[in-house]
Ligand binder design. Structure first.
Ligand SMILES: NC(=O)c1ccc[n+]([C@@H]2O[C@H](COP(=O)([O-])OP(=O)(O)OC[C@H]3O[C@@H](n4cnc5c(N)ncnc54)[C@H](O)[C@@H]3O)[C@@H](O)[C@H]2O)c1
Length: 340
C-alpha cells in the first residue's frame, strides 16, 4: 500500500470546497491535514469538516515538523491569481509537492521564478487544468495521435457562459492587479490550455481582440477571441466569454485535419472523415476535479510526470499575456519560447 499523501489547502474559498471533496473520495491515498486562509473562520469551517488543522498564515502551515499530526507533504493552492506565485515558491522551498489552480501565476517573470523554485526543490507541480480530464478530450487526443484526422490544420476551443457575477460578488476578479486580467486569464485559461493540448506544437504567434460587452464593473475584458499559430503549422482559435450564453449544442473544441474533422463537448465526440465515414461517442459524466486530484496524488506517489506542469502552465500564460499585448497594440505578437 502506498503512503497516504498529507495535503494542506491554501485558500478555503469556492473552488477549495470541490478540491476538499475530491480528496475525501480517496481516503486511502490522501487526506487533507491542514487548511489555511487569511479569513480564519473560513479555514476553521473547512478544516472542521475534514478533521484538519486551520491556519491563518500558510507559512506557519508549511513550517510544521514532518512528523506532526497536521504536517503536509503537498499543498493545493486555491488562492486569488496574484497570490499564486508566492505560494508556489514558498511551498517548493519547504519541499512540498504542489497542485496549483489556474493560472500558474500572472506574469512571465513570476513564471520564471516559479519554474526555478520548483526545479531547485525537485518537487512535483501539477497545474489544476481539470478540463484535460474530460473523457472527450482524452479520446480526441488519442484519435489525433492515431492519425485518424491526418495532418492537423486547425483547432478551435470555446468556453463561454452568461455569468451571474455582479459588482458585489466579483471581489478580486474585478481588478486587473489581483486577477492578472479579465475573463481570458480566468475562464479563458481553460480553452487556452485545451488548445495547446490538442494543437500539439509550440505557439509562435498570437493575435487577439478583447471586449467588455456587458460586465462594466470589471476593469478588463469580459470576452476574448484569440488566434494562435503553432510551430507544427496548426492555427488555433480561442473564443471565450462571460457575457453571453452560447447555444446548448455548441462544442467545447473542434479539430480539422487532412483526413477528417471532429468536434466534442465534455461527454460527447463526433468524428467525420473525408471518405464519408462518421462516428459518434458518448461518455459517462466525469467529475473532472476528482479525476484531476486523484491523478495529482498518483503522480506524487509514482513520480509520473503530470500532464501539465509548471512548463505547460508557463506556455499557457505566455499565450494569454501575448493576447493582451496584441489586443493593446493591434499587432501580431511573436513568442520566442521559454528558453527551458
Ligand atoms: N478550475 C476551475 O474551474 C475553477 C473554478 C473556480 C475557481 N478556480 C480558480 O481557483 C482559485 C480560487 O478561486 P475561488 O473562486 O475559489 O476564489 P475565492 O475568492 O472563492 O477563494 C479564495 C480564498 O483565498 C483566501 N485568501 C486570500 N488571500 C489569502 C492568503 N494570503 N492566504 C490564504 N488565503 C487567502 C480568501 O480568503 C478566499 O477564501 C483561482 O485561481 C481561480 O481561478 C478554478
Amino acid at each position: 500500500m502506498t503512503k497516504q499523501l498529507r495535503v494542506g489547502i491554501i485558500g478555503a474559498g469556492g473552488i477549495a470546497g470541490l478540491h476538499a471533496e475530491a480528496y475525501s473520495q480517496i481516503p486511502d491515498a490522501a487526506r487533507v491535514t491542514a487548511v489555511s486562509d487569511i479569513d480564519l473562520p473560513a479555514a476553521e469551517a473547512m478544516s472542521g469538516k475534514l478533521g484538519a488543522t486551520p491556519y491563518e498564515d500558510y507559512h506557519a502551515m508549511l513550517a510544521v515538523e514532518v512528523d506532526a499530526v497536521d504536517a503536509v507533504d503537498a499543498v493545493d493552492i486555491c488562492l486569488p491569481h496574484h497570490l499564486h506565485a508566492d505560494a508556489v515558491v514558498a511551498a517548493a522551498r519547504a519541499g512540498k509537492h504542489i497542485l496549483c489552480e489556474k493560472p500558474l501565476c500572472t506574469t512571465p517573470d513570476e513564471a520564471a521564478v516559479v519554474r526555478r523554485a520548483v526545479a531547485e526543490a525537485g518537487v512535483t507541480l501539477m497545474c489544476a487544468h481539470n478540463q484535460l480530464f474530460l473523457p472527450a478530450v482524452a479520446a480526441a487526443k488519442e484519435l489525433i495521435a492515431a492519425g485518424e484526422l491526418g495532418d492537423i490544420y486547425e483547432v478551435r476551443t470555446n468556453d463561454a457562459f452568461r455569468t451571474g457575477m455582479t459588482a458585489e460578488s466579483a471581489g478580486w476578479r474585478a481588478r486587473t492587479a489581483t486577477a492578472g486580467g479579465g475573463e481570458l486569464i480566468d475562464t479563458g485559461y481553460h480553452p487556452s490550455y485545451l488548445l495547446l493540448h490538442l494543437a500539439g506544437g509550440q505557439p509562435t504567434q498570437v493575435t487577439a481582440m478583447l471586449a467588455n460587452h456587458r460586465l462594466d464593473f470589471l476593469e478588463a475584458e469580459d470576452s476574448a477571441q484569440v488566434l494562435v499559430r503553432f510551430d507544427n503549422g496548426v492555427i488555433g482559435n480561442i473564443a471565450t466569454s462571460w457575457a453571453y450564453q452560447p447555444p446548448s449544442d455548441t462544442e467545447r473544441f473542434s479539430v480539422f485535419g487532412s483526413k477528417g474533422s471532429l468536434r466534442g463537448g465534455g461527454e460527447w465526440l463526433r468524428l467525420e472523415t473525408i471518405d464519408g465515414g462518421s462516428r459518434a461517442r458518448r461518455f459517462p459524466a466525469v467529475d473532472t476535479f476528482s479525476a484531476e486530484i486523484a491523478h495529482f496524488v498518483r503522480c506524487v506517489g509514482t513520480g509520473e510526470r503530470p500532464p501539465h506542469t509548471e512548463i505547460e502552465g508557463s506556455v499557457v500564460l505566455e499565450v494569454i499575456m501575448a493576447a493582451y499585448r496584441s489586443a493593446d497594440s493591434g499587432e501580431v505578437v511573436g513568442l520566442s519560447g521559454l528558453g527551458v
